[in-house]
Design a protein around this ligand. Structure first.
Ligand code: NDP
Length: 281
């Protein structure tokens, strides 16, 4: 139940029907007895500017942004956090008291917190990380790994030019691995992250041989539907520590929830089970 004083927030995307964020935030609102609502908002790319500018008029506390709005929002919000600038995308917008829009990005934090929760101290895996993919998720994870102190970074993407562009934007040395030769390049990798959409429900699996990957390496996938992607199944069968993507989604949501509703939520087993029940295992 909400009252006329309910604090309002939501998630904007196109499409938005698949989003688990309303379930996630709805669970926390309920758990903490907060008078608030979090709604899915389907907004086409050409309207994102108008819609974001309207949030203060509607007295919204803020929104999350998902595809295709994360990059566009960089140029719409009034103030940007340092991390959103470095990632080149906004996933969380807060309407400040003075009506200005503050944009930040919690995907990097979500990735690291998830790694910590599922695999312990990330430093044990930070000798050489390889990221597959060079889209929005890859950018956030590259920043997360650099901030966590990764010692070597390799990037491999189907379109090599995008991997090059990502490396330049990161302002650090990253080895670009030809997509064709990524299997062999796994030989001294300690942390492998798939950020491509390959392996997602409805998409072909990522074709990758893990034969060269050291036994001690951690394998992570940002895809959360299915929870165990073909890559993670293969890695688990070989005895690698694996990290699924659902926890990243949960942890990236914390910052927005705290900023809009004034309460830092905690992940619990019931929430994880609820969300796991909504995706394929
Ligand atoms: P983008 O569209 O920005 O990037 C997609 C990436 O996948 C690109 O590197 C693209 O390569 C690659 N790719 C797509 N199709 C193929 C293919 N057939 N063969 C090889 N490579 C391919 O998407 P995002 O980075 O935003 O999202 C990627 C995935 O991460 C999605 O599944 C998304 O759901 C998930 N995600 C999960 C989050 C979480 O919280 N767990 C957060 C954000 C995203 P190319 O450049 O060559 O096109």
């Amino acid at each position: 139940m909400i009252t006329g004083r309910a604090k309002l927030a939501g998630v904007i995307g196109d499409p938005i029907g698949h989003s688990l964020s309303p379930v996630l935030h709805g669970y926390w609102l309920d758990k903490y007895g907060i008078d608030g609502a979090y709604v899915p908002l389907n907004v086409a790319a050409q309207h994102i500017g108008d819609v974001l500018q309207t949030l203060p008029l509607l007295h919204f506390k803020g929104v999350n942004l998902t595809l295709p709005h994360k990059e566009a929002a960089l140029h719409i919000v009034d103030e940007l956090s340092d991390i959103a600038q470095r990632i080149g995308a906004v996933n969380t917008v807060t309407v400040k008291q003075n009506g200005l829009l503050y944009g930040t990005n919690s995907d990097a934090e979500g990735f690291i917190q998830n790694l910590r929760q599922q695999a312990g101290d990330p430093d044990a895996y930070l000798d050489h990380a390889m990221i597959l993919g060079a889209g929005g998720a890859a950018r956030a994870i590259a920043v997360a790994l650099l901030d966590a102190g990764v010692r070597r970074l390799s990037l491999s993407n189907r379109s090599a030019a995008k991997a090059q562009a990502l490396a330049s934007a990161l302002d650090t040395h990253a080895t670009i691995v030809d997509w064709q030769y990524k299997d062999e390049a796994l030989a001294d990798v300690s942390l492998l992250v798939n950020t491509t959409s390959l392996g997602m429900t409805g998409q072909p699996a990522l074709e990758l041989s893990l034969d060269a990957l050291p036994q001690t390496a951690l394998v992570s996938d940002v895809i959360y539907n299915p929870l165990m992607t073909p890559l993670l199944k293969q890695a688990k069968a070989r005895g690698h520590v694996v990290v699924t993507g659902l926890g990243m989604l949960i942890h990236q949501a914390v910052a927005g929830f705290e900023s809009w509703y004034g309460f830092r939520p905690e992940t619990d087993a019931k929430l994880v089970a609820l969300l796991e029940g909504m995706v394929m295992s």
